[in-house]
Design a protein around this ligand. Structure first.
Ligand code: ADP
Ligand code: ASP
Ligand code: MG
Length: 422
């Protein structure tokens, strides 16, 4: 009897009827003889409401109490799902993160899973119970409840799958797989039957919120077979695997690159809105200046994304531009403008409202010209590029947020991603 982990996101447990529908997917797997651990998110909208309440209660709230509040949404959906499973004649019980326990670091609001104590879970699974575990949360060494960052239930699911040596970790959501771009932006986006861990990692970290970045990292490190599929699909329909065989499940399989026969040059296009750009003008061009600037931001726990430094004309002064999330803009400006003599720049300019558009594909390693064709496609639409960064399998540009959707749709068509390939 193989173990599997099934994760249901917010829209899949949005109300009692959706929970009942998701429960039928679980019933099918139980009937197939699988031993099932389930991870649930909060009902859709609940976490946002809880976050807003903390903010309203006090903008400078204690991060430990924030976690105490925002972790509660998952407890409700886990309990309700267990009740519904029991009502269907399936033996089930719910667990909160601390009851497993899922041990995490103490970075409240963005904790990392350090260890999953699987003893109790394995015992209950082996006794034939469906174990419904709250996603998104754990417990710190100080005994406080922690949360893993928005979208963190994906990571909880992968961590549990690795811990109980599950044959598969199925991520049930409101789309039936990973698409070439967000199908809400480009309705002609195509579902990928397989995607490599590396491409998925880039897509997630560059804005495709279908999987939390950390969950992909963890699945890659631990060799967890990850499948993204829809809870809205008929639970009783024939199960067809992403590779077309009928021995598995529909959806997208996230797997090692060598399991993918036909490698695309470009597999996907992503969009991340809400980027703020800050430029330091006429910075002294000598060792230690960049270290001082980015050191000051790191001290404030501000995550910097793109960084560009110009070559200086005279070897004395240069410009440095970097991006931070819109929400961190004010703090970043403060960090760089207080004691500004330390940083030795002439002036500083910054603005919110940019978007990062990226094209991703393992084929870029061996094919030239992807970046230049990206720039050409954007130029044809009159879209100005503010910053560019590249890595082995992706090229990203920063543009005005107003053109973000147009850029994604144009690039998607330009690379032929709107045509079915499977
Ligand atoms: P859940 O609540 O189930 O965790 P999320 O809202 O976090 O679901 O993620 C699913 C959403 O991710 C989809 O509704 C879709 O709009 C969005 N998304 C963004 N990029 C992609 C992509 N490349 N493929 C599929 N979905 C994507
Ligand atoms: N409920 C949490 C959130 O909305 C975690 C998750 O859904 O993955 O971010
Ligand atoms: Mg999610």
């Amino acid at each position: 009897m193989s173990r599997i982990v099934m994760k249901f996101g917010g829209t899949s447990v949005a109300d009692l009827s959706r929970i009942r529908y998701s429960a039928r997917h679980i019933q099918r797997e139980v009937n197939h003889g699988h031993s099932v651990a389930v991870v649930v998110s909060a009902m859709s909208g609940v976490t946002n409401q809880l976050v807003d309440w903390c903010q309203e209660a006090s903008p400078m709230h204690d991060a430990r109490e924030y976690d105490a509040v925002v972790s509660t949404g998952e407890q409700v959906s886990a309990g309700l799902l267990a009740i519904i499973l029991q009502d269907m004649g399936i033996s089930a019980r719910s667990f909160s993160g601390w009851q497993i326990p899922i041990k995490t670091s103490d970075v409240h609001g963005a904790a990392r899973i350090l260890d999953v104590d699987n003893e109790l879970l394995l015992e209950r699974l082996d006794e034939g119970h469906v174990c419904v575990v709250t996603g998104f949360q754990g417990i710190s060494s100080a005994g406080r409840v922690t949360t893993l960052g928005r979208g963190g239930s994906d990571t909880s699911a992968v961590a549990l799958a690795a811990s109980v040596d599950a044959a598969r970790c199925d991520i049930y959501t409101d789309v039936d797989g990973v698409y070439t771009t967000d199908p809400r932006i480009a309705p002609k986006a195509q579902r990928l039957s397989r995607i490599s861990f590396e491409e998925m990692l880039e897509m997630a970290s560059l804005g495709a919120k279908v999987l939390q970045t950390r969950s992909v990292e963890l699945a890659m490190a631990k060799g967890v077979r990850l499948v993204v599929r829809s809870s809205f699909d008929d639970p009783d329909a024939a199960q067809v695997a992403p590779d077309g065989s009928n021995s598995g499940v529909p959806g997208t399989l996230v797997c090692d690159e060598d399991e993918i026969l036909e490698k695309q040059i470009v597999s996907g296009v992503t969009l991340a809105k809400g980027e703020a750009k800050i430029t330091l003008r006429s910075v002294k061009d000598r060792p230690g200046v960049a270290a001082a600037v980015f050191g000051a931001l790191a001290e404030e726990q501000i995550v910097v994304d793109m960084i560009v430094q110009n070559v200086s004309d005279d070897g004395r002064q240069t410009d440095i531009t970097f991006t931070v999330p819109d929400g961190e803009f004010d703090r970043a400006m403060k960090a760089i403008t207080q004691d500004e003599e330390r940083f030795e720049y002439d002036s500083i300019i910054g603005a919110k409202g940019s978007a990062k558009i990226s094209v991703i594909g393992v084929g870029m390693r061996s094919h030239a010209g992807v970046a230049s064709s990206m720039f050409k496609a954007l130029a044809e639409k009159g879209i100005n590029i503010q910053l560019i960064t590249t890595s082995e399998i992706k090229t990203s540009v920063l543009i005005d947020e107003a053109y973000a959707e147009l850029a994604v749709r144009s690039l998607h068509i330009y690379y032929g991603l709107d045509k079915a390939d499977d």
